[in-house]
Ligand binder design. Sequence first.
Ligand code: SAM
Ligand code: DTB
Ligand code: SF4
Length: 325
Amino acid sequence: MTESPEPLRHDWSEAEIAALFAVPFNDLLYRAQTIHRAHFDPNRVQISTLLGIKTGGCPEDCAYCPQSIHHATGVAAEKLMEVAAVLADAERAKEAGASRFCMGAAWRNPNQRDLDRVCEMVAGVKALGDMETCVTLGMLSADQAQRLGDAGLDYYNHNLDTSPEFYGKIITTRVYRDRLETLGHVREAGINLCCGGIVGMGESRDDRAAMLATLANLAEHPESVPINMLVQVAGTPLDGTAALDPFEFVRTVAVARILMPASVVRLSAGRMDMDDAVQALCLFAGANSIFCGERLLTTPNPEADHDRQLFRRLGLEPMKLAPTG
Ligand code: SAM
Ligand code: DTB
Ligand code: SF4
């Protein structure tokens, strides 16, 4: 914490953000790291663990997603997991050092019966102690968001994924406004927002800038901003998309850090396709959260042991939860 933080801004223009993307790499990273240090301990990284509690069979047609019924990816449609099995997994995550347990369901939106069970899961994970909860279930009504809040949910993940302009090229079964509406319901319920997107889907730099502008210009910045690198899965329409220059990914992280200085930025999906040096650059550029554990929802993630070694080599420590009560 080296200098006093400037006030958070919510009036970024796309041109200003495009100009940031164009800054020489070293200057951009220096600026991002300087801002990062004003808000966070630069050597602490938050660790989340992810579990798919309901996998496959999703009616939405997101072009990147292996869980959509519209794409033949070989991911089988499963039923919502039992509460006890989820809690056993959460216990393991806690022992492995996770400070947040994230549960994802391949739904367009939850029905009331399923939501009851997810609320039980949230309450059960909270009762283990020392771990925050996050769920991502698709669209929510105001009432559903409230019920999750009442169950003690800490974070709701709902990504904008890309720019408003590019959105229709990636998803046709819902519109950008639907996402923004759910984000509003989550906010009204007093739940922290985890909201970011995916890069490497064939979008332009302007699209990346426009997505970050939308996030940064929300009335309040999302507390958590996952930046995913597309994980290409055979059978999805985006399989075979030209790979993004890894330095452009690092730039996206740096710009997110500059625009949303007090938010935790997550180096999210896609680490299997990044070497350790690129990940280290992302962590220098302002990313301070990762998913640990060898599986994301349906695709592989680095082995826990590999991440432990990476932390050791970089002198990083897991971020501790703020004391409650
Ligand atoms: N069905 C809910 C929804 O879409 O809101 C929740 C689960 S969905 C799998 C959560 C997020 O995972 C998506 O918004 C997207 O950002 C990310 N995701 C899905 N497939 C991905 C992939 N192949 N590569 C990178 N991120 C992906
Ligand atoms: C997010 O932004 N990334 C996570 C989480 N939110 C739910 C999901 C990544 C999924 C990657 C593809 C898969 O494993 O199926
Ligand atoms: Fe369904 Fe979510 Fe996958 Fe889209 S990203 S197909 S909504 S599981």
